[in-house]
Each structure stands twice: as structure tokens, then as C-alpha cells.
Design a protein around this ligand. Structure first.
Ligand code: UD1
Length: 417
């Protein structure tokens, strides 16, 4: 198993390229199930998760080829066998095949994802949405079986503004008869990207970017090409890195509108950030001013940037309070950051970070994608050597991270543990 070995203390400068957004491309790949045909998707990150989704599309009869950021998908041969537990358990986003399979074939069999390192993560809202569209949903042997002779448009209000449920329901509704309204829909840019892709396929999705989506069902869709938006979470991770140890570090391409909450917070903590078109230029905060965050749905501060903020605050002047409102248990990085010398205490969904003068290198373990990112940020300012184990988590969501960081002057290498 690979590990990353980092020695902290270098000042990082130069340009770090941002890949296409993982959370945008995954539902877009499954949307291609909706209409048989050939699709060219550009700016696709080569990640463990995009490879897992490719495998899933291949299992159900599709063909996927990836060549330097361009993905060719052919869904002409897609049938609807089950989406197996072995894949769905490794990546919850596999559940995104439910809506498209149901809409195209009138039946879908998808393994229930199960829990993850930071809590139960239910899919009840996805299922309620399918039922509201007229599907019958049963659980058999750990698999969700959804069936419908015909999906019919409906008014549906999400109890929680769930990204995944919004995407799944939207993909099922595009081929339904009549109009579907999704209220309290997720406004995350990745859902917007999915809406634009579906419209390029001939769908009629209105209200993109708002919390009320109106989907006018169409009889047929066709294949389409698409360029994936920049990954705002990857870019945000590098922005925090720049605020910790950067000198005119350039992050691009980005869409600054997708990153406002993070940019505002990082600035308040003392970093110098310049925005030029699709570029961010950041120089470290000295000192780092402690500031609180509370995670929220878009356009609030994202839960996917919570762990990185914690690494940032570890050496701030003063104390900061981090409140996790989306996934109350998403704190597996606390103990690992403390191993590096941070002073973080946790009570329920609230962490208190008391800033320390410096961090010290140590062996630590990745527990999920963003927790791993926070450990890398911390290791890059820690004194001495840190070995970051179980980095398959980071490879799920960050393309060639150590190469990108080496390009900035970071001392970090991948080793076979
Ligand atoms: C997506 C992102 C993930 C991010 C999260 C929140 C992808 C592939 N993943 O995950 O990186 O952290 O959004 O921004 O895009 N919930 C229910 N029932 C459901 C669905 C969700 O109770 O049926 C709850 C969840 O437990 C959580 C909240 O809703 O508390 C938000 O989850 P959701 O937006 O669905 O996250 P994902 O789509 O799984």
C-alpha cells in the first residue's frame, strides 16, 4: 500500500493546476445511461472514483475510454443488471445509477451503499423521490429494487437539501411524463453542472442554480458532449495550503463564484488573496487569525472543506470553533491532527481548535478523502517527517496530488509502504 512521506517547512510558490470536479463528473457519467449513444466528456479527472464509476458503467454494458482528461462513453450496449455491492460500497456516488436506470428501463437494482467512516449516510430521500415519481421501491437481499411502468411528474419537497437525492431525482424526472418540481433542491454547482448536461442531452430542466428545480419531462434524450467545471474543493484545499505556506501561489482554473464562502473565510484569517478571472493568487497569513466556521449547504462553507480548515486553524493565534452541520460525525481527522501536535477537542459536532506554535511530523493515517487532504496540509507545515498512510483515500478525489505539490516546491513523495 502506498504512503506519502512529507517534510514540512518549505514555502510554496508557482502554479498549481486544478482538475475537473469529481462530484460533477460522477453524476454526469451516470446521466449518459439515459440515452444510448456516444459521449465525449472533457476535463475529466483521472481519479480512483472516476475509474470506479467507469467500471460500474462497463458492468452494465457501457464502454468507457479515458485519454489524457477526455473520456469517451458509449452507452449503446447498456442493459440493467444489478449495480453490485462490491462497487457501491467503495463509492456511494454509485447510487447515482438508480435514477437513470429506472428512467431508461423501468427497473433498477442497486445495492444499498451501507455506512461510511463518518456515519450512516442514508439514501431515504433518493428513494422517497423515486416513489413520488410513481416507482415501487423494495429492498431485497441488500439491494434496492425500483420498478415503474411509467414515471409521472410530481411536486416533491426534500426534507434536507441533499446533493445526491437532488441529482438522482432530477435524472429520473427528465424522462417522466409531465412536470416535476423539486423544492429545497441542492444548489451546489455540481448539481448545476448536471442540469446543464441534461439540457444538452435534450432535457428541459429549469431553475438551475436555485433551490426550486422544474423539470419538464421529454419523450427522448440524445447523447451530448460536455466540459467539466473546475473542482472547487480541490481548489479550496490548495487555497488553504497557500494560506498556510504559500508565496504568490497561483491556483487555476477556478470559478471564484463557486468558492466565495471559502475565499472570504481564508481572507478573514489573514491570507492575501487576489482574484484574476479564473485564477486565485494567495500568500500565507502571518499570523493566522483564528476564525470559526459552521458547515452549511451551498453557498455556505462546505463540509468538504471542514477538515482542511481545521489543519489551517491548528497553528492560528487564538482558538476557533468548528461546527459540522452536514455530517455530525465527520471528525476522524481530529485524532490524527492531534498526533501532529495540534490541540483539538471535540464535543458532539463541535470541535475547538486551540492554536499551537508549531506542528511536529509523525506517522498518521488517512481516513477519508478530505481528512487525508487536511493531514497533507498539516504535514507540509510540520517540523520534520510525516508518513501519511492509507492514501488510497486521497487518490479517490485528488489527481496526482504529490506531483502537483512537488511543482510548488513541496517536499513530498509517494513511497510503497
Ligand atoms: C455529496 C458529495 C460529498 C459532500 C456532500 C455534502 C458527491 C459525490 N458527494 O454527498 O462530497 O460532502 O454532498 O455537500 O457529490 N441525507 C439523508 N437522506 C438521504 C440523503 C442525504 O438524510 O437520502 C442527509 C445526509 O446524511 C447528510 C445530508 O443529507 O446529512 C447531506 O447529504 P448529501 O447532500 O446527500 O450528500 P451526498 O450527495 O451523499
Amino acid at each position: 500500500m502506498d504512503k506519502l512521506v512529507a517534510r514540512g517547512g518549505n514555502i510554496l510558490s508557482g502554479h498549481i493546476p486544478v482538475s475537473g470536479a469529481k462530484n460533477a463528473v460522477l453524476p454526469i457519467m451516470t446521466a449518459a445511461i439515459l440515452a444510448p449513444g456516444k459521449y465525449t466528456i472533457s476535463n475529466v479527472p483521472n481519479l480512483r472514483d472516476t475509474r470506479t464509476m467507469s467500471k460500474l458503467l462497463e458492468i452494465i454494458g457501457g464502454a468507457v475510454e479515458m485519454d489524457s482528461g477526455t473520456m469517451q462513453i458509449d452507452t449503446s450496449g447498456v442493459k440493467n443488471p444489478e449495480a453490485p455491492y462490491e462497487l457501491v460500497k467503495t463509492m456511494r456516488a454509485s447510487f447515482y445509477v438508480l435514477g437513470p436506470l429506472l428512467a431508461r428501463f423501468g427497473e433498477a437494482r442497486v445495492s444499498l451503499p451501507g455506512g461510511c467512516a463518518w456515519g450512516p449516510r442514508p439514501v431515504d430521500l433518493h428513494l422517497k423521490g423515486m416513489e413520488a415519481l410513481g416507482a415501487q421501491v423494495d429492498l431485497e437481499g441488500g439491494y434496492i429494487i425500483a420498478r415503474a411502468d411509467e414515471l409521472v411528474g410530481t411536486d416533491f419537497t426534500l426534507d434536507i437539501s441533499s446533493v445526491g437525492a437532488t441529482g438522482n431525482i432530477m435524472m429520473a424526472a427528465v424522462l417522466a411524463k409531465g412536470v416535476t418540481t423539486i423544492e429545497n433542491a441542492a444548489r451546489e454547482p455540481e448539481i448545476g453542472a448536471l442540469g446543464h448536461f441534461l439540457n444538452a442531452m435534450g432535457a428541459d430542466v429549469r431553475g438551475i442554480g436555485s433551490d426550486v428545480l422544474e423539470i419538464h419531462g421529454v419523450d427522448e434524450l440524445h447523447s451530448a458532449d460536455y466540459t467539466v467545471i473546475p473542482d472547487r474543493i480541490e481548489a479550496g484545499t490548495y487555497l488553504v495550503l497557500g494560506a498556510m505556506s504559500g508565496e504568490d501561489l497561483e491556483i487555476s482554473p477556478v470559478n471564484p463564484k463557486h468558492m466565495k464562502a471559502v475565499i472570504d473565510k481564508v481572507r478573514r484569517a489573514g491570507a492575501d488573496i487576489r482574484i484574476e478571472d479564473n485564477k486565485l493568487l494567495v500568500t500565507r497569513a502571518a499570523p493566522i487569525v483564528a476564525d470559526d466556521i459552521t458547515t452549511a449547504i451551498f453557498p455556505g462553507y462546505p463540509t468538504d472543506m471542514q477538515a482542511q480548515w481545521m489543519a489551517f486553524m491548528a497553528t492560528a493565534e487564538g482558538s476557533s470553533v468548528i461546527t459540522e452541520e452536514i455530517y455530525h460525525d465527520r471528525f476522524t481527522h481530529v485524532a490524527e491532527l492531534n498526533r501532529l501536535g495540534a490541540n483539538i477537542s471535540l464535543e458532539g459536532n463541535v470541535a475547538v481548535v486551540k492554536g499551537v506554535d508549531s506542528l511536529k511530523g509523525a506517522p498518521v493515517m488517512s481516513t477519508d478523502i478530505r481528512a487525508s487532504a487536511s493531514l497533507i496540509l498539516a504535514a507540509l507545515i510540520a517540523e520534520g517527517r510525516s508518513d501519511i498512510q492509507r492514501i488510497y483515500h486521497i487518490d479517490r478525489g485528488y489527481e496526482q496530488i504529490e506531483k502537483k505539490l512537488q511543482g510548488l516546491g513541496a517536499d513530498i513523495v509517494r513511497e510503497n509502504a
